[in-house]
Design a protein around this ligand. Structure first.
Ligand code: ASP
Length: 339
């Protein structure tokens, strides 16, 4: 586990609120990259997420994080990540400062990211940050005394999404149970769409590389998975191959993970228009897939999966969203010293 501890000489807090567990392994840690998570960390997160799911099913909410405050700082649009962090915090009895329109904050006056972070941590116990620049979350974690959770840093990573994606894969395929642990070895996962700019697939590929999986990377030629991530896959001993067509690959896939072409990362619209409809998953497409395959998408979808697919039992994307709340509840409880 890579620790993003607060900078030397700047302790997490001089006055630990009653009940916080300093000895909890993730207490006060920032979550910047999935590279911080070992297999046993993943089992730990999933165990807590599983408990959160049971708890929400039974009683809806409980006051584990009562008195805690989260700042949700979003420099880019978000529906699921922002609202699931809010829901997670509120279901655990905590409260949220939502800053999702930075134009109305001092950012529009030219305030730097470190100053904004130092300000918000004066009020809140934890900051969830989405930013258009790769490396922004790591920069924030370097200056912050309180935990920073990366909710997407440009084309870099989206670690909490990858954790909920992995949790969904494991739950859908019966590959995780608190009593048996996590068993993902042997799976074939196919990633489809914009693998170059899609940060969710960067994080998920890295997480999956800890298991003996096979990865199929299907994309238009200009949207291939970045070389540095393929190098990491090689170092981890992952079997992967690239293709531009889904046909030959779909029937061997346990998971099909579809992504949106990331319009906002293109320099010119013509190039975007040339690739935006490269792949569309329809009921017809799924005829070539296994009965037990899991179809996922981090959303928003903008045409990559047709609406008729939603009633197919393999379509797991709405369950995937719900899992996001449980996993984020687990992460908040962990970094705030309550799990
Ligand atoms: N919501 C995801 C993200 O923020 C996926 C996407 O936008 O396509 O990366």
């Amino acid at each position: 586990m890579t620790h993003y501890r607060p900078p030397e000489g700047r302790p997490v807090s001089k006055h630990l609120p009653f009940g916080d567990r300093r000895d909890a392994p993730w207490y006060g840690q920032s979550i910047v990259s999935v590279r911080q998570f070992t297999r046993s960390d993943l089992e730990y997160v999933f165990g807590v997420a599983h408990e959160m799911r049971e708890m929400v099913g039974r009683i809806g909410s409980f006051d584990l994080l009562k008195g805690k405050l989260l700042a949700n700082l979003f420099y880019e649009p978000s529906t699921r990540t922002a609202s699931s962090f809010m829901a997670a915090m509120q279901r655990l009895g905590g409260t949220v400062i939502p800053i999702n329109e930075v134009h109305y904050s001092s950012v529009s006056k030219g305030e730097s990211l470190p100053d904004t972070i130092r300000t918000l941590e004066a009020y809140a116990d934890c900051i969830v940050l989405r930013h258009p620049q790769m490396g922004a979350a790591a920069e924030a974690a370097r200056v912050a005394r309180k935990p920073i959770i990366n909710a997407g840093d440009g084309v870099g990573e989206h670690p909490t999404q990858a954790l909920l994606d992995l949790f969904t894969i494991a739950m859908e395929l019966g590959r995780y149970a608190p009593s048996r642990g996590l068993a993902l070895d042997g799976l074939t996962v196919t990633m489809l769409g914009d693998l170059r700019y899609g940060r969710t697939v960067h994080s998920l590929a890295r997480l999956l590389s800890q298991f003996g999986v096979t990865l199929n990377l299907v994309s238009p030629a200009i949207l291939k998975m970045p070389e540095h991530i393929k190098d990491e896959l090689d170092k981890a001993g992952v079997t992967w191959r690239e293709a531009d067509s889904l046909e030959a690959i779909l029937g061997q896939s346990d998971v099909l993970y579809v992504t949106r072409v990331q319009k906002e990362r293109f320099e010119d619209e013509a190039t975007y228009l040339g690739v935006k409809d490269a792949y569309v998953v329809t009921p017809e497409t799924l005829r070539g897939a296994r009965d037990e395959m899991v179809l996922m998408h981090p959303f928003p979808r903008v045409g990559e999966i047709s609406y008729e697919v939603d009633k197919d039992p393999r379509a797991a994307y709405f369950r995937q969203m719900e899992n996001g709340m449980y996993v984020r509840m687990a992460l908040l409880a962990m970094v705030l010293g309550k799990a």
